[in-house]
Design a protein around this ligand. Structure first.
Ligand SMILES: [Zn+2]
Length: 292
């Protein structure tokens, strides 16, 4: 990390929040604050409580991933303006269609007084259109498998790895910095979210393997702290071990409730949310495997 600064939410009404890398480093997270962390040259994680956005500064403007919510989008806009001094917003990218990450784009556009294009994987379009939420407008530009954005000579790749968490989750990759932005289907030493809502299990394992084919070194997650390739390798191992352990429970004739109560993976007991969410992960995988 090169710099960390916090922006209080109460400054959300101001456009020119003085976010600068010269400010004193502050690793603290708090409910009323957000934190901007530079993870590579011109590549930033924006943390607001439990959620992270991501933005990339180029000579042709800033590309912002995930406005998160109308309230946070305004603060994100102020943080981008403060960090990338005078640069215009070039595009907004939705990591996927879930409202807790994608909502707020009109507010972010408003901060820059600019109708920049919103980009998403094509399967997100009908879901967002049908939801009809004015704070989560449909994308202007979609793609099927891969799209490379180029602004000011900097490339930002968008990769669709197939269904994983939802059927439209993309990952962003900045090749010249080796930084990846990955949301919800992987995290940093944390078990999966509750009972893995919206997960496409067969395809998830394919998506995880395809993720490793991208030559990233650093990962910014939609939730939690920054990681690296070994972080993703541990996620791969976790989901493989989870599947094997639940299959064993099925082979032993355990019911779903018995599996949720008895299956343990001690190697991951120190991971985030293990006590609360691991049994729910087991139940979700049990239902998937039991359904054949
Ligand atoms: Zn999601």
């Amino acid at each position: 990390m090169i710099c960390n600064v916090r922006v209080p939410f109460r400054l959300a009404g101001l456009v020119a929040v003085p976010v600068a890398c010269a400010a004193p480093a502050d690793e603290a997270d708090s409910e009323e604050g957000v934190q901007v962390s530079q993870v590579a040259d011109g590549v930033y994680q924006f943390n607001a409580g439990s959620h992270n956005a991501f933005f990339v500064d180029t000579d042709g403007g800033v590309v912002a991933f995930d406005p998160i919510s109308p309230e946070v989008a305004v603060v994100l806009g102020a943080a981008i303006r403060g960090t990338a001094r005078d640069k215009p917003l070039a595009a907004i990218v939705y990591s996927h269609s879930d409202a807790d990450h994608a909502t707020g784009a009109p507010l972010l556009q408003q901060v820059f007084d600019s109708d920049v294009p919103i980009i998403a994987q094509e399967n997100a379009l009908p879901i967002i259109t049908e939801a009809g939420d004015p704070s989560l407008p449909p994308p202007d530009l979609t793609f099927a498998d891969e799209l490379t954005l180029r602004f000011g000579g900097r490339a930002i790749e968008l990769h669709y790895l197939g269904p994983s968490h939802t059927d439209n989750l993309l990952v962003g990759f900045v090749p010249d910095a080796g930084v990846l932005f990955a949301v919800d289907f992987v995290s940093n030493d944390r078990v999966g979210y509750r009972d893995l809502p919206g997960w496409h299990f067969d395809d998830l394992y394919v998506a995880l393997d395809r993720l490793m084919e991208i030559p990233f070194e650093t990962v910014v997650f939609g939730h939690g702290p920054v990681g690296d390739r070994s972080t993703i390798e541990r996620q791969l191992a976790y989901y493989a071990d989870l599947r094997d352990a639940v299959q064993e429970a099925l082979d032993d004739g355990l019911s779903e409730e018995e599996a949720m109560a008895q299956v343990r993976l001690d190697d991951y007991a120190h991971w985030g949310q293990y006590e609360d969410w691991f049994p729910m992960n087991v139940g979700a995988v049990y239902r998937w495997l039991a359904d054949g």
